[in-house]
Write a protein that binds this ligand. Structure first.
Ligand SMILES: [Fe+2]
Length: 411
């Protein structure tokens, strides 16, 4: 007999530290974790912006030994993950610290758990691509400092690994991959150029919108044991609050953050919006926008946020009739006066507002401008349809034909 689930759970990083100058408290956080040595993981861009140098200088006089791995790349391949794991096993630090965007934080999380485990990265990726081994334990304490406001990786237990030879992205998801501490300091995002500010910001908006309209936790069957409950368990009263706050913050600040990176109030709202969106989607789940973006990004080796921006308006338009009351709330969080409108009309206003925002931050030119061909629509739809953990929560049922239509509409 079918029995709906009646319980929800909520997980995030063990501890969050938020605010301007929060990064100044990093050495104290390392020392509190009995850290006499740290390995800092980062990428070229963060190093070039001087952020790393500034953070390392804060350890002067503390006696903490600092090593650096600066070879993280965007949409990191399994080779990058392997190189970081080799490094951490060679250095053997007490604490790992990731400073960067979602790619760096993903590498940091996996590096921290594999530092004290054996085997290589692919052993811990789900079968059939990987070996399907469970992550055995918590590994080294891990601290993450995001330098973009977008992925929400600082609050989720997932790392995304590119397999460029196979045009695939795979993941490792484990409760042991939650950071011990996320330090979200909006000042670290000030030097991020307008392009990545826009793509990461629209990614964060899509996390908030998809988490808010995804199916509720009781729209799935009760699991046999609590351990069988999926990571993406459906929306809950708690994720709803976090997601709506995120829509409001991001909708109200993304244009300013793109137009003037020095606008600290806008950067603060984006950082808070991105973090709360991560907390929401990490528990509630996502939807068809992410299924499409994951499949298309892997195939064409495109940045995640760019594919999200291309697909989000069409997916919202498709979903609006399936969750009109939810999209009405999204419209209101975006500052639209919905008085006198029925739910369907209010939902349409949310779609229009997001479409305009995507255009205003320079991301309105669609998948074709990223090199996606119309003749690939069918194959991309088939690949997206296989990402069931993403499509299962979509508020309107999506089959492979619907996904193909959405690819064409996003061109
Ligand atoms: Fe995303």
């Amino acid at each position: 007999m079918y029995e709906p689930d009646s319980v929800w759970e909520f997980d995030t990083a063990d501890r969050l530290k938020f605010g301007t100058e929060a990064a100044a408290e990093l050495p104290e956080a390392v020392i509190n974790r009995d850290g006499e040595s740290v390995l800092m993981l980062t990428d070229e861009g963060v190093e070039a912006a001087g952020i790393l140098e500034h953070l390392i200088a804060r350890f002067d006089g503390t006696g903490v030994d600092v090593s650096v791995f600066a070879d993280v790349e965007p949409d990191p391949s399994v080779d990058v993950f392997e190189a970081a794991v080799d490094r951490v096993r060679a250095v053997d630090p007490d604490v790992v610290v990731g400073v960067g965007g979602g790619s760096t934080l993903d590498v940091t999380k996996t590096t921290s758990v594999l530092a004290t485990a054996d085997g290589d990265v692919l052993d811990y990726v789900a079968e059939p691509t990987g070996g399907g081994r469970p992550v055995p334990g918590p590994g080294l304490p891990a601290i993450g400092l995001p330098t973009t406001a977008g992925t929400g990786s600082e609050t989720t237990p997932v790392s995304v690994i590119s397999l460029p030879d196979r045009d695939m992205k795979v993941g490792i998801s484990s409760r042991h991959q939650y950071l011990d501490l996320a330090v979200v300091d909006p000042e670290l995002t000030v030097s991020l150029p307008p392009g990545p500010t826009a793509t990461s910001g629209i990614d964060a908006l899509s996390h908030a919108v998809e988490a808010y309209v995804t199916r509720q936790y009781d729209a799935k069957e009760r699991p046999t044991t609590a351990a069988d409950r999926p990571d993406y368990g459906g929306r809950t009263p708690l994720t709803d609050q976090l997601a709506l706050t995120a829509v409001e913050r991001i909708g109200g600040s993304l244009r300013q953050a793109v137009d003037n990176g020095q606008d600290l109030a806008a950067r603060r709202d984006m950082a808070l919006g991105s973090m709360t969106a991560g907390m929401a989607f990490g528990n509630a789940g996502l939807g068809a926008t992410h299924a499409l973006a994951m499949a298309i990004g892997a195939e064409y080796h495109l940045p995640h946020g760019a594919t999200i921006a291309a697909c989000l308006p069409a997916v919202m338009r498709y979903n609006a009739p399936g969750a009109a009351d939810r999209f009405r709330d999204v419209a209101e969080a975006l500052g639209i006066d919905t008085a006198g409108l029925d739910d369907r009309s209010a939902a349409d206003r949310a779609v229009e507002a997001v479409t305009t925002l995507v255009e205003d931050v320079g991301l309105g030119s669609g998948l074709a401008s990223l090199g996606v061909e119309r003749s690939d629509a069918e194959r991309l739809a088939e690949k997206s349809a296989r990402l069931e953990r993403l499509t299962v929560g979509n508020p309107r049922r999506v089959d492979v034909d619907d996904l193909e239509t959405l690819v064409r509409e996003s061109l």
